[in-house]
Design a protein around this ligand. Structure first.
Ligand code: HXC
Length: 259
């Protein structure tokens, strides 16, 4: 499929990389971009050869938010009847293989929300995160008021949503929003290395681990632990469990067949 607002490529034969590509608008997110991103993610997710995906932007901007020009004229009826955001912006939540956000530059508003919809964030040292919607007379609308407090706690989330203050990469790592901060010129190498590491593990176990961690955000502790326990039990039905443990016992490298 030919895309106009994103670029896709496969690295190492197994990592699907998607680069947001509206440079003149600092990768501002519009419906076309979100449709294309969703389609690309789904295609990689369905591809047997792909084990992990990376979503990234440009050096200057991961994404500077939802496209303000596109939104400016919307009425309540437009967004409500058109199911704005809900209709097509959250496809990433249905993706079952891991998705890493590699964030450099601005990740603001919907851009920060998109990064938070990914499974984890690797940030360049120039990354800046923020939910500045309040300056536009609106509030975050793609999960910012829900995922940000889960990631950084109430006080920082309130601070960012109410004052529009941006958080730099160091603070974002300290607060738990991002998993690693690396120099800008090393960011893609780091994300790619993480993705390739994941690809070499059992795909069944990787998908189960992702599903179980995500369940922790949707359930109480006892239910979440029970979900984890049953998934853990299920791993013993896979040939990858036999392979992984046999390889350890016999001091050799495991060769998983993802079954
Ligand atoms: C549309 C945008 C944009 C956006 C930047 N641009 N952000 N266009 N939507 N969100 C455009 C600018 O208009 C400009 O176009 C070009 O990108 C370069 O931006 P500058 O402002 O000139 O760059 P700079 O001075 O470096 O400032 C960068 C910036 C600033 C701090 C990121 O652009 C900014 O504050 N942007 C808006 C950030 C924001 O409010 N995001 C939240 C959006 S609301 P021209 O044509 O002039 O060169 C949102 C809702 C989420 O995300 C809820 C639903 C998902």
């Amino acid at each position: 499929m030919a895309y106009e607002t994103i670029e896709t490529r496969v690295e190492g034969g197994k990592v699907g990389v998607i680069a947001l590509n509206r440079p003149k608008q600092l990768n501002a997110l519009n419906n076309q971009l979100m449709d294309e991103l969703g389609a690309a993610l789904k295609a990689f997710d369905a591809d047997e050869a792909i084990g992990c995906m990376i979503v990234t932007g440009s050096e200057k901007a991961f994404a500077a938010g939802a496209d303000i020009g596109a939104m400016a004229g919307y009425s309540f009826a437009d967004v409500y009847k058109g199911d704005y955001i809900t209709r097509n912006w959250e496809t990433i939540r249905t993706i079952r293989k891991p998705v890493i956000a590699a964030v450099s530059g601005f990740a603001l508003g919907g851009g920060c929300e998109l990064a938070m919809m990914c499974d984890f964030i690797i940030a360049a040292d120039n990354a800046k995160f923020g939910q500045p919607e309040i300056k536009l007379g609106i509030i975050p609308g793609a999960g910012g008021t829900q995922r940000l407090p889960r990631a950084v706690g109430k006080s920082k989330a309130m601070d960012m949503a109410l004052t529009a203050r941006m958080m730099d990469a160091t603070e974002a790592e300290r607060a738990g929003l991002v998993s690693r901060v690396v120099p800008l010129d090393k960011m893609m190498d780091e994300a790619l290395a993480a993705a390739l590491t994941i690809c070499d593990f059992s795909q069944v176990a990787v998908m189960a681990a992702k599903e179980a961690v995500n369940r922790s955000f949707e359930s109480g502790l006892a239910d979440g632990i029970m979900f984890e326990r049953r998934m853990f039990h299920a791993m013993f039905a896979t040939s990858d469990q036999k392979e992984g443990m046999d390889a350890f016992v016999n001091k050799r490298k495991a060769q998983f067949n993802h079954q």
